[in-house]
Design a protein around this ligand. Structure first.
Ligand SMILES: [Fe+2]
Length: 288
C-alpha cells in the first residue's frame, strides 16, 4: 500500500490508485475544513447551544445523548450546504462533478465506549464496506472534526486489502438494511441487536494503521479496505465526517477494487442512496 500526502489534487489518475489500495491523506484542502466548521455549528445547534462538544457525554444521560445525536445526524446529513461542500471537494481536487455520484455525508459520534457503543454510536468491527453492499469502485473519505488520538480514531488494515477474510456478508441484505434496520439505530442504546456483517476469523492487527489527524485532514481510500472503529476508552468524544464518491463511468464499466470476499448479492439496492454530484438529483440506476 502506498500513502500519498497532499497529492490527491495533483494526481488525475488517483481513482485507479485508490482501487489498487493506495491511501491519500490531504491536510491542505479547504472544502473538508469548511465541512468540519459546519459540523461544529451543527453540533452546537443540536445540543442546545453547548459548545464543549468533546465532553457532551459527561453532561447528560445516555438516552438524551442518543436523542440529540439522532437529531444532529438527520439535520447534518440531509442539508444542502454539506452537499455543496462535497461538490467543492471534488472541484478542489480537479474532478468533474458531472462524472460523480455521492452518498450523503455522515457525522459519526463516538463517545466513551462504556457510555455508548451501539445504535447511533455503533463501534464498527473490522469490515469492508462491500460486506455492507457497497460497490467495488466506492471511494471513501473520512476526517476528524477535532484533533484526535490513536486511541479514538478509525483503523485501516491494509494487510487484508487483497487477502480474503472469512465473513458473514453472504447473509447480508442491503435492501433490508436500508428499509428496515437503519431506522432502528436509536432503539439500540445499550446493545447492538441489529445484525452486521462481521469477520468470522481472527483479524491480526499487526499491520493496522491508526491515523490520528486534525480537523479537516481527510483520508481518501477504497471502501474495500478492511477498516473499523477503534473502541474509544478516552474521555473525549470523537466526531468524524465521512462521505462516499462513485465515479459513474467506473460503476457502469464495473471497474474498482477486486472483490476478494464479499458475498452480498444486492448491491444495486444501494443505488437509490446515490445522488448526482452535478445537481444533487437521485441516481436512477445503471439503466438510466
Ligand atoms: Fe465502513
Amino acid at each position: 500500500m502506498n500513502l500519498y500526502i497532499n497529492q490527491l489534487q495533483k494526481k488525475s489518475e488517483f481513482r485507479s490508485a485508490v482501487y489498487a489500495g493506495d491511501v491519500f491523506l490531504n491536510t491542505d484542502l479547504n472544502a473538508p475544513k469548511a465541512l468540519c466548521a459546519f459540523a461544529k455549528e451543527s453540533i452546537t445547534a443540536a445540543f442546545g447551544g453547548e459548545t464543549n462538544h468533546q465532553a457532551l457525554h459527561t453532561l447528560m444521560p445516555v438516552t438524551e445523548f442518543v436523542e440529540l445525536v439522532t437529531r444532529l445526524k438527520g439535520q447534518f446529513t440531509n442539508c444542502l450546504p454539506v452537499k455543496e461542500m462535497i461538490r467543492d471537494f471534488v472541484l478542489e481536487i480537479g474532478g468533474n462533478p458531472n462524472e460523480y455520484l455521492f452518498d450523503v455525508p455522515r457525522i459519526r459520534v463516538v463517545p466513551n465506549y462504556n457510555y455508548l457503543h451501539a445504535g447511533v454510536s455503533y463501534a464498527y468491527k473490522p469490515h469492508r464496506d462491500t460486506w455492507y453492499g457497497s460497490v467495488d469502485c466506492q471511494i471513501n473519505t473520512w476526517m476528524p472534526v477535532y484533533t484526535i488520538q490513536p486511541e479514538q480514531t478509525m483503523m485501516i488494515n491494509p494487510a487484508y486489502f487483497s487477502k480474503p477474510v472469512k465473513n458473514s456478508s453472504v447473509d447480508w441484505s442491503l435492501d433490508n438494511w436500508i428499509n428496515v434496520q437503519r431506522s432502528l439505530a436509536k432503539e439500540n442504546v445499550t446493545e447492538e441487536v441489529r445484525v452486521h456483517p462481521v469477520p468470522l476469523e481472527e483479524i491480526s492487527n499487526d499491520a493496522e494503521i491508526r491515523i490520528a489527524g486534525n480537523a479537516g485532514e481527510i483520508l481518501t481510500f477504497s471502501g474495500s479496505h478492511l477498516h473499523g472503529t477503534v473502541a474509544n476508552f478516552t474521555e473525549q468524544t470523537r466526531f468524524s465526517i465521512d462521505f462516499r464518491l462513485v465515479h459513474i463511468a467506473d460503476l457502469l464499466a464495473k471497474r474498482g477494487a477486486n472483490n476478494v470476499d464479499s458475498g452480498v448479492a444486492d448491491s444495486e439496492a444501494g443505488y437509490k442512496d446515490f445522488f448526482h454530484l452535478s445537481d444533487f438529483s437521485h441516481f436512477q440506476g445503471a439503466n438510466q
